[in-house]
Ligand binder design. Structure first.
Ligand SMILES: Cc1cc2nc3c(=O)[nH]c(=O)nc-3n(C[C@H](O)[C@H](O)[C@H](O)COP(=O)(O)O)c2cc1C
Length: 197
């Protein structure tokens, strides 16, 4: 079977891609508006982009009424975000935080998500996150004829929870991230060590 994307509706294209390009990591993005209201939303069009400069990409769509998502609005205003990794213990709150709220409302209050002001120069991180990246907006990318806006963010600092560090000297990390697989979530399966080349 070959599917011609030109004939497909947006939701069908999303569903096909989301079931095939798997697993997708989840970036749980914390931003703040000018008044300091904390906004939290998950993004799975999210990926590491480059180590030099240390960057990640988050692709932001739009709200159901076509207006810009709060994450985009806040990032454009403040140029800062804190991107938290998600493990199984945080899965439910992460999922709930994807609900569309009015701009002045905070998912932290609405869904009782505990946050901690770890670095005063960046939005707070989510309590319990295994790791979080403190980032600055680096570049917006224009997708021709699209309302989706991929944002490149530069990692300035990384928080790592003590309990995922297996070797402090080498900074070796081990944790079980949650990934997006279609409309569901999954944990990573077994690890495979490749032969030396
Ligand atoms: C697991 C998961 C992944 C998501 N990934 C994206 C994404 O990559 N891009 C996007 O625009 N919305 C994504 N969403 C939807 C947003 O989280 C949702 O629109 C949210 O309300 C945006 O919040 P904001 O307006 O506070 O920025 C995702 C939702 C879930 C549950």
């Amino acid at each position: 079977m070959v599917i011609n994307y030109a004939d497909k509706e947006l939701t069908q294209k999303y569903q096909l891609m989301a079931q095939t390009i798997i697993p997708r990591p989840i970036g749980w993005v914390v931003t703040q508006n000018k008044d300091g209201v904390v906004n939290i939303a998950p993004f799975s069009y999210f990926m590491g982009l480059s180590s030099n400069p240390p960057t990640m990409i988050v692709s932001v769509g739009h709200k159901s009424d076509g207006s810009q998502k709060d994450t985009l609005k806040n990032l454009r205003e403040t140029k800062k975000c804190t991107i938290c990794m998600v493990d199984e213990a945080l899965l439910e709150k992460m999922h709930l935080s994807s609900k569309e709220l009015e701009h002045h409302k905070s998912e932290a209050d609405e869904f009782n998500i505990q946050t901690k002001q770890f670095n005063l120069d960046f939005p707070p991180l989510i309590e319990g996150t295994p790791s979080a990246f403190f980032c600055e907006l680096y570049q917006e990318i224009e997708l021709k004829d699209s309302k989706t806006i991929p944002l490149v963010v530069e990692i300035k600092e990384q928080y790592i929870a003590d309990n995922i560090i297996t070797d402090k000297e080498k900074i070796t990390l081990e944790y079980e991230p949650v990934a997006r697989v279609g409309k569901s979530y999954a944990l990573l399966g077994k690890k495979i060590t490749p032969p030396k080349i």
